[in-house]
Design a protein around this ligand. Structure first.
Ligand code: ADP
Ligand code: ZN
Length: 632
């Protein structure tokens, strides 16, 4: 059986919901314009304005032109082809390698009253046949197809019979042979250009770098296409990076104080830590589930499904989790271990807040993380060049952790984009970091490294500086060194901070072949000679760690009402067997809280409420608003 949701059973409503579909009847005489697009945006999607450059992209396609779109996750890429799909005659073909997501995408469109379906290997032959029939008899606005399917000769022939409205090539970076997501099939997609020269094409990706973009343009024959590159900033994500100091307690405080009832992802470096952390969080009363490549595939699927379908599930995962997760209401991404690169950090944190609502990227790290990562790198396969490059990227990540200025500016700069003002929504902007002149301390620390022969790790070096008398000190005669005990003015925690920052800045490196011994680097000479001064970050005392203001819920939102709306959404979703966010995104619930609509008309004006959803859901949610007003 074809799942109910795959095909909208009610084309009449669809037509009513998207008046511009009428344009399709006589496209030549009356091609759709941006004004039509704006109407559909309101009536079908329930939004009042385009997010630039959506409008220009849509205008380009409506005009029959091609587009190459680079936009961050959550930027609003899908609308760029979904709207023209409704407005141009015929059915749009959307090519995506992520077949696991197709059901959700089709469910979401069906909820809006849009006629959508998919074709991929997960469908039984008779279901696939039914979809094809619907397509060929002009009952579909959008058809999602896996690339290998699209390239079958039969499909190509069918497409010649029913000229598509447009081709949307999603995840277009899959053509890049240098990337991690390379798909052989994607290379063949140039055939679309050759065989269907008159059908507009739009290629979309969230991969930022210039080389990949050129590769996409070249391999897909999109050199003539208009390129649209949106800013990579994700303003709704608050970046916070702090020092590890009893990470579990820190995580618990973050989850309890700021993320109560929210869905999120906790990343750990190893499978073992994933399992332990998930079990511990479950003990603490959270719905936390582990996810890593070592779990049986049915377990992984079950956990992923619960994450998508239930409210407030926390996934504890290695980096194996994430690709192809399209959940819009992930409210936080927490890292209990340091990501290896800024690219990885940005990609992982980017999974938070696709719906544009306030979200948190939270990371704790310490010197031990650096040591562990360096160790993994040393032991990894790969050429010396590769290791050097990875080393460089790890240092950039460390740099991001240690900076005392705006993190967003630094992040964007890393990706070649300038942000003129500090963002006001990262920890360094919200709680400016104090610095101190650590030149003398740095000299003492470096001198301790030097005089002990560059053979010892941080803990022992701190003992030397602090004049601790223990066996290791005596057996190495380190109590006789001139450096012994010169550093009593700082406590062990402060010295750790000094060493960590020296490592992060590359004055010393950690030698993994010698159990984490610190080794001096060329650049430290200037410090020792007194030619360079060293400003260090003043690490906050753990007890004094200030709480940043909550971001979990936008201000002035009544939690009781929000919870009641969430419950209503959960029930409606469950009845239909779809994830709650397909009923409404958090943003819509937040607006209901703010505006407390009393009438259907007021309800229809809420962002995310299109005609179809208004018809379906207004009554249920208005009832919740009324009920809650009565109780408060
Ligand atoms: P991407 O595919 O780029 O990751 P999506 O297409 O999933 O992003 O869009 C992200 C979110 O933004 C979705 O919740 C979508 O409904 C919303 N959105 C997109 N365009 C608009 C708009 N013009 N106004 C309001 N919300 C929008
Ligand atoms: Zn900032």
């Amino acid at each position: 059986m074809l799942p109910d949701a795959t095909l909208s059973a009610d084309p009449a409503t669809t037509l009513a919901a998207s008046p511009a579909t009428d344009q399709g009847a006589n496209p030549v005489a009356n091609p759709a314009t941006l004004t039509d697009a704006l109407q559909s945006l309101e009536h079908v999607f329930g939004y009042t304005a385009f997010r630039p450059p959506q409008d220009e992209i849509i205008a380009t396609l409506l005009d029959g032109g091609d587009a190459l779109v680079v936009m961050p996750t959550g930027g609003g890429k899908s609308l760029c082809y979904q709207l023209p799909a409704l407005l141009r005659p015929g059915c749009a073909i959307v090519i995506s390698p992520l077949i696991a997501l197709m059901q959700d995408q089709v469910d979401a469109l069906t909820q809006l009253g849009v006629r959508a379906a998919f074709l991929n290997s997960s469908l039984a032959p008779q279901d696939a046949h039914a979809v094809e029939q619907a397509w060929l008899s002009d009952q579909l606005d959008l058809l999602y197809v896996a690339p290998e399917r699209l390239l079958q000769p039969r499909m190509l022939e069918l497409m010649e019979q029913v000229s598509p409205a447009l081709f949307a090539i999603d995840e277009a970076h899959c053509v890049s042979q240098w990337g991690h997501d390379f798909r052989e099939d994607y290379l063949q997609l140039s055939v679309l250009h050759e065989r269907f020269a008159n059908v507009p094409r739009i290629a979309l990706t969230a991969t930022a770098d210039e080389r990949t973009r050129q590769e996409i343009a070249q391999r897909l024959g999109l050199e003539q296409a208009r390129h649209f590159v949106a800013s990579f900033d994700r303003p709704n994500i608050r970046y916070r990076i702090s020092l590890k100091d009893n990470p579990r307690a820190q995580l618990l405080r973050f989850l309890r104080d700021e993320q109560s009832g929210n869905a999120g992802i906790v990343y750990c470096l190893s499978r073992k830590r994933v399992d332990e952390t998930a079990a511990w969080l479950a003990d603490q009363g959270f719905s936390a589930l582990p996810y890593h490549a070592g779990l049986a595939s049915d377990v992984r699927e079950r956990h992923q499904r619960r994450f998508l379908r239930e409210e407030g599930v926390i996934i504890v995962a290695t980096i194996a989790f994430g690709m192809g997760i399209d959940k819009p209401d992930v409210r936080f991404v927490a890292h209990l271990d340091l990501p290896k690169t800024v690219e990885a950090y940005y990609q992982e944190t980017g999974r938070a807040g696709r719906d544009g609502e306030p979200s948190d990227a939270w990371l704790v790290y310490g010197l031990q993380d650096v040591i562990t990562l360096r160790q993994m790198l040393q032991q990894s396969q790969g050429s010396e060049d590769y290791k050097r490059e990875e080393q460089r990227r790890l240092s950039a990540m460390l740099g991001l952790c240690e900076i005392t200025t705006c993190r967003r500016q630094a992040l964007l700069q890393y990706f070649g984009e300038a942000l003129s003002e500090p963002c006001g929504n990262c920890d360094n902007c919200l709680t400016p970091v104090e610095t101190w002149d650590g030149t003398e301390a740095a000299q003492m620390a470096l001198s301790a490294v030097y005089r002990t022969g560059q053979r010892f790790g941080v803990n022992h070096l701190i003992d030397v500086l602090r004049g601790v008398e223990n066996d290791k000190i005596f057996s190495n005669d380190h109590h006789q060194l001139p450096t012994f005990g010169v550093g009593q003015a700082l406590d062990a925690r402060q010295w750790r901070s000094v060493f960590r920052q020296l490592v992060a800045r590359g004055y010393v490196s950690v030698d993994m072949n010698r159990y984490g011994a610190l080794v001096m680097q060329e650049s430290c000479r200037a410090v020792l000679r007194g030619e360079a001064s060293v400003d260090l970050r003043k690490d906050p005392k753990p007890s004094a760690a200030k709480r940043t203001t909550k971001t979990a819920l936008p201000e002035h939102i009544d939690i009781g009402l929000f919870e009641a709306l969430r419950e209503c959404r959960r029930e409606l979703a469950e009845e239909q067997g779809i994830p709650p966010y397909i009923v409404f995104h958090d943003r819509t619930l937040h607006q209901i809280c703010e505006r407390r609509p009393q009438t259907v008309q007021e309800f229809a004006a809420i962002s995310g409420v299109g005609d179809r959803k208004c018809e379906k859901y207004a009554e249920a949610f208005l009832e919740v608003v009324r009920r809650e007003a009565g109780t408060s």
